[in-house]
Design a protein around this ligand. Structure first.
Ligand code: GAL
Length: 330
């Protein structure tokens, strides 16, 4: 942390009044440490929000011999924070622990554990986490699943898969109102997105697997439903470096998806405000209120990456819009 950032953080904590979300700023948790939950997603359960994300901690290095900007930190597992108001986040510890001993484990610190998303299964009473699991060179390209009896974890890792035999990297999970859940994943060397319906227990994939945005090279998927239409926000594929977002729409989730332009407006819209999508959060109790969540990666010092949360609004035609705000009151 830079000195000036540390001073600001102390100031905020001492006056106890970070009453707004400040996109791009250090976000202190209720113990005063910066929230460490990157590539994250949020579960709302029983009156509480749970934020899960990648723990990025320690030295960032570039994987030797990589032809692209393959910067990484040791995989730190998945964190969990809880909040009632989306502003104050209580650290709930490490929801999914990395493995330090067995180097063949999917969760070994040398591996990639990214973009966790958790949903609750009403039928089984289990919390199910899906995440991107990879090798350091990203050739493993799989999705991992873990399960827990409580939202804070500990989550028990089950296995990783290539859904229906397909490569799977950046991903999200969308749970529809009827309880059906869908896995969106960048596949085919990140050139084509897939949507696959999960089995009723959410622990495996069905054969209902659809190719969308074929050859459009989109990743970092984030999905929401508004007025019975489905919206999929994505980034282009430029690693940790930001690029312009785009969105796609469909009237049924396994139907035809149409790709549209950038939903961001104003200064820095062409780089998604120097960030990359990770999740769209429906704010509870506020009809049609959504927050677009993104990561502002700092590729050479990943631990200091920040969060960009901005309002996602829809006009009368259902066109989504994202605009920069210096402060956000959820
Ligand atoms: C991005 C991806 C991130 C991370 C990064 C590694 O394209 O969205 O989640 O995998 O590449 O360079």
């Amino acid at each position: 942390m830079k000195k000036i950032e540390a001073i600001c953080l102390l100031l905020l904590i001492s006056i106890g009044c970070y009453a707004q979300i400040i996109p791009g700023a250090i976000w202190p948790d209720t113990k005063g440490n910066p929230v460490n939950a990157h590539g994250g997603g949020i579960l709302y359960y029983n009156g509480t929000y749970y934020w899960y994300g990648e723990i990025k901690q320690g030295v960032t290095w570039r994987v030797p011999g990589s032809t692209w900007e393959n910067y990484r930190v040791n995989a730190g597992g998945i964190s969990c924070y809880s909040s009632k108001d989306l502003l104050h986040w209580k650290p709930e510890g490490v929801a999914l622990q990395p493995v330090t001993t067995d180097s063949t484990s999917d969760l070994h610190v040398s591996k990639v554990i990214e973009r966790p998303k958790v949903i609750y299964n009403k039928k089984t009473g289990k919390f199910v986490m899906w995440m991107h699991i990879d090798s350091q060179d990203y050739s493993y390209a799989r999705s991992g699943v873990a399960v827990s009896d409580s939202p804070e974890g500990p989550f028990k890792y089950i296995r990783s898969v290539r859904p229906n035999g397909n490569m799977a990297r950046d991903m999200t999970i969308f749970q529809d109102d009827d309880g059906d859940a869908y896995h969106f994943y960048s596949s085919e060397e990140n050139q084509t997105m897939h949507i696959c319906k999960l089995a009723d227990d959410y622990l495996s994939h069905t054969g209902d697997d659809r190719r969308i945005l074929v050859q459009h090279a989109r990743e970092a998927p984030a999905v929401c439903k508004y007025n019975n239409r489905f919206y999929l926000f994505t980034s282009g594929c430029t690693g940790w470096s930001p690029n312009a977002a785009s969105y796609a729409t469909a009237d049924s989730i396994m139907g035809t998806w149409t790709l549209h332009d950038n939903p961001c407006h104003g200064t820095d819209a062409d780089s998604t405000y120097h960030a990359q999508s990770t999740y769209v959060l429906p704010v509870q109790g506020k009809k049609d209120t959504f927050i677009f969540m993104a990561d502002r990666w700092n590729k050479t010092n990943l631990e200091t990456s920040r969060y960009i949360w901005l309002p996602l609004t829809f006009d009368a035609e259902g066109t989504p819009g994202i605009q920069w705000e210096d402060q956000l009151m959820p």
